[in-house]
Design a protein around this ligand. Structure first.
Ligand SMILES: Nc1ncnc2c1ncn2[C@@H]1O[C@H](COP(=O)(O)OP(=O)(O)O)[C@@H](O)[C@H]1O
Ligand SMILES: [Mg+2]
Length: 470
């Protein structure tokens, strides 16, 4: 049998906890959620904003937890409890211990204003042919997501890929010091969460905190096409990083030579520090082509097989909420739904609109977008919304439906012929959209998470499945 992820004794030692069960007991995973906890995992009782994990300790044992890390004051005498001063700090300690013992693992951290999760998933694909890969689940990129991902990393993993995110200055530094990456990627810098920052420069500086935990001799992978490249490079150099730049700009170490964009994906030719590479991406959009350059830069820096890494990118798929396509067909024709409902900011809105603009008219004759507010943009929010009009025009969008407090700024800037409909909330917009959609349409739905467009996507899909096309 393979060695377990941890033993109870190893966990207790790593977190300085007291335990009364056999230290040799195997632990197969670390969990903070009893709804997904598997038998033989370790449950960590964390106090969240609204819920206290200690309430779920009995449920964890019912689900077969091997042990549970709890506060010293927790009243129960189950021998499977491991008691500590603060379970949340214990999770971080366990994460640090996991990182410390992974002495042969190449560690990659991914941050940026957009594309972190997609790039992380692409790295999972690209590195797999060269060795075992451990990567963050979903978007587990914050103060609990990072240590949880670390705590679940096996010590013999060949590659560890960590998404790291932030909403405020100062958040990435402790995450980076926990991850201690050999390679750090910043996908791009764009106005996101501007509400918490005075300027985009400040955002760039906050992202550059990813270099704080970089290992000696580490590599910084930076987007040369981004206006903050110089600023980020200076920050990386201050940490003695080797800089590998990617992009279309002349002088990029990983340079895009040629690209053919289609709605199904892209064919790319790139020069990787002197090695020419042709490959295909299984998901559409110029923004993903950019991200793919960073992925291959990291694969090269991590010593992975480059040809196999590039070939694996054909498997790249946009995920639910992040550009996933679904096509519905009936007797009267077909409709495509592009689900971008998970989040939105000016950069990803532009990328999604440009991608929609690639769809051939002979397949889908009408381009509809359903847009929700881009949140957390601070004082310039209205201007950012108004500014979408030029990308809507450039992408040949035929009809715009919108909801939210900020979207009227955009609607006002649109020609009358493109005004599809407006409602203050997504729920009220839904019937207008269902009523308008007809065979031959492609419908892209995008907004910030808080704009609550995901239920609209679900209803639209149900409507199309339930005979709207027959
Ligand atoms: N380099 C990029 N520039 C602009 N938008 C991007 C980029 N990469 C991805 N996106 C878009 O950003 C959105 C979020 O992607 P995701 O990978 O989930 O990023 P994150 O984890 O940073 O939130 C998606 O709509 C995606 O298509
Ligand atoms: Mg993410």
């Amino acid at each position: 049998m393979a060695e377990p992820l941890w033993t109870v004794g190893e966990i207790a030692k790593a977190i300085g906890g007291e335990t009364y069960q056999d230290g040799a007991t195997a632990v197969t995973g670390v969990s903070i959620d009893t709804r997904t906890l598997q038998p033989a995992e370790c449950f960590v009782a964390i106090k969240g904003v609204s819920l206290d994990g200690h309430k779920f300790v009995p449920a964890a044992f019912e689900a077969g937890a091997a042990c549970a890390i709890v506060d010293r004051d927790y009243e129960d005498d189950d021998p499977r409890l491991i008691r500590v001063g603060d379970p949340f700090e214990a999770l971080q300690d366990l994460g640090r211990a996991a990182r410390a013992r992974a002495t042969k693992t190449k560690i990659i951290a991914v941050t940026g204003s957009a594309g972190k999760t997609g790039t992380k998933e692409a790295l999972r694909l690209a590195l797999a042919p060269s060795g075992s890969v451990h990567a963050s689940a979903k978007s587990y990129n914050n103060h609990w997501g990072v240590p949880l991902t670390l705590a679940n990393m096996r010590k013999d993993t060949a590659f560890g890929v960590f998404e790291a995110g932030m909403n405020h200055a100062g958040e990435l530094t402790p995450l980076s010091r926990m991850i201690r990456p050999h390679i750090a990627i910043i996908t791009t810098i764009a106005p996101v969460h501007l509400g918490h920052f005075a300027s985009v420069e400040e955002i760039a500086d906050a992202k550059a905190e990813i270099f704080q935990g970089l290992e000696p001799g580490g590599v910084a992978i930076l987007n040369r096409d981004n206006e903050f490249f110089g600023r980020l490079a200076t920050a990386a150099k201050a940490k003695d990083a080797k800089i590998v730049s990617f992009g279309e700009a002349e002088g990029s170490d990983i340079r895009l030579l040629d690209v053919s964009l289609t709605p199904e994906g892209s064919a790319v030719e790139a020069d990787l520090s002197g090695t020419k590479l042709s490959y295909r991406l299984g998901a559409p959009g110029r923004h993903l082509v950019q991200n793919s350059l960073a992925v291959l830069a990291a694969a090269q820096a991590a010593g992975a097989d480059l040809k196999e890494a590039a070939a694996a990118l054909l498997q790249w798929r946009a995920q639910a909420g992040r550009g996933e396509w679904q096509v519905f067909e009936g007797a009267r024709g077909k409709v495509a739904v592009v689900d971008e409902a998970y989040n939105a900011n000016p950069a990803s809105m532009r990328a999604a609109l440009e991608t929609l603009g690639l769809v051939p008219r002979d397949v889908y004759c009408r381009r509809i977008v359903v847009l929700g507010d881009m949140l957390e943009l601070g004082e310039g929010a209205e201007e950012f919304h108004r500014g979408l009009a030029q990308f809507i025009d450039a992408a040949g969008i035929d009809s715009v439906f919108a909801c939210g407090e900020l979207m009227p700024a955009l609607i006002d800037a649109l020609p009358d012929g493109k005004k599809g409909g407006y409602a203050s909330a997504a729920g009220e917009l839904t019937p207008l959209v269902l009523d308008a959609v007809r065979p031959g349409d492609i419908v892209m739905v995008k907004g910030s998470f808080g704009a609550k467009l995901a239920p609209l996507v679900t209803e639209l899909k149900r409507h199309l499945e339930d005979g709207a096309l027959n």
